[in-house]
Design a protein around this ligand. Structure first.
Ligand code: KG4
Ligand code: ZN
Length: 327
């Protein structure tokens, strides 16, 4: 079964063709990251305008690379939410037109479920159930327990900033480029010794929630009225990265223990973080799945994979973008 997956929930315009939920035939991503590097963050209007310009060429390129015509597709999947409303509309309305024109089944997908299914792509030993996924991106930090395809239980999430947001905002305070995650990772890689002086908020709380606003405030306070040297910036970056990784893993390991899961899945842009993956493998006794960095960040392949394993077509007239859609 060949599914075209379309993703426009944030600042990427992405289209991919995936066979049987696992084999990537094409995976095209156009990002407005460079435009947003100038402003140090995403401006929804700028993202949506860029998506409007690129959506058709991106879909076209994905079909060409997969050597398919739109009419040959078995289904089309699209991220219907959550995300930036103006951005979601572009993917959803384009997909509806395509599904109508080609009379192809349309499968709306929750963006977070999409991130979970990046773990099935190009993975010779895909996840088994039950499993726990830590979804960490620019907009989300969630822990989701899954007992089967289609069976998801949300265990907890961030009470304020998302993990990616914490990377992006603290990077900005340090004068590092957007997106902050990769910049902080690069600066942190130059550091040999950690002091662990930054807070890990909520680490001891009796739930599966996260909080990053206190960490952000601590960094802002340390940086105020101070000109960091290059080596101090690297040290701060390494401390920030470690604090975020520790905060995420404390609750993740606690949830894995409580629900007796032996497989941990990582997903979302922050799952591309080398330190997060390494420390998860070091601390978690079971198997850790982490998608390749290109599949951690937003892409259409994860949407197509999610649609294959959660195949519920909806008549195109009934599909709407919903920025608040959760599961
Ligand atoms: O999943 P994603 O592409 O978009 C959203 O759905 O938000 O995630 C983007 C986020 C950004 O906050 C970015 O800084 C972060 O993922 N990110 C990273 C890394 N690569 C991307 N964070 C930490 N380390 C990385 N290597
Ligand atoms: Zn995402």
């Amino acid at each position: 079964m060949k599914i075209l997956g379309i993703e426009t929930s944030c600042d990427e315009t992405a289209a991919a063709v995936v066979e049987n939920g696992t084999k990537i035939l094409a995976n095209i991503v156009a990002s407005s990251e460079k435009l947003h590097a100038k402003t140090g963050g995403i401006i929804p209007e700028t993202a949506a305008r860029e998506q409007l310009r690129t959506i058709i060429p991106v879909i076209d390129e994905a079909l060409k690379e997969a050597k398919l015509l739109a009419k040959d597709l078995d289904a089309i999947a699209v991220t219907a939410g959550p995300g930036l409303f103006g951005s979601l509309i572009i993917g959803v309305e384009t997909t509806k037109s395509l599904a109508f024109a080609c009379n192809t089944p349309l499968v709306p997908i929750n963006h977070l479920i999409g991130h979970i299914y990046a773990n099935w792509l190009d993975n010779p030993a895909p996840p088994t159930f039950p499993n726990l996924t830590l979804i960490v991106s620019g907009g989300h930090s969630e822990l989701v327990l899954s007992t089967a395809h289609g069976q998801y239980q949300w265990l907890g999430g961030t009470r304020d900033d998302a993990a990616g947001e914490a990377f992006d905002k603290t990077a900005r305070v340090l004068g590092l480029t957007f997106p902050g995650g990769p910049s902080i990772q690069k600066a942190a890689s130059r550091v040999k010794k950690l002091s662990n002086f930054l807070p890990r908020p909520l680490s001891g709380s009796d739930d599966f929630d996260f909080s990053f606003s206190g960490l952000k405030t601590a960094v802002v306070n340390l940086a105020s009225n101070k000109q960091f040297s290059d080596s101090e910036i690297n040290q701060m970056a390494a401390e920030i990265q470690e604090a975020i990784v520790d905060s995420l893993l404390t609750k993740t390991l606690k949830a894995a223990l409580k629900y007796q899961v032996k497989e941990l899945l990582l997903g979302g842009g922050v799952a591309a973080n080398i330190r997060l993956v390494a420390k998860a493998k070091e601390k978690f006794a079971g198997k850790v799945h982490a998608p390749k960095p290109k599949l951690c960040v937003d892409n259409g392949a994860m949407v197509a994979a999610a649609a294959f394993f959660n195949y519920k077509p909806v008549p195109w007239e009934k599909v709407t973008a919903d920025s608040g859609l959760f599961f």
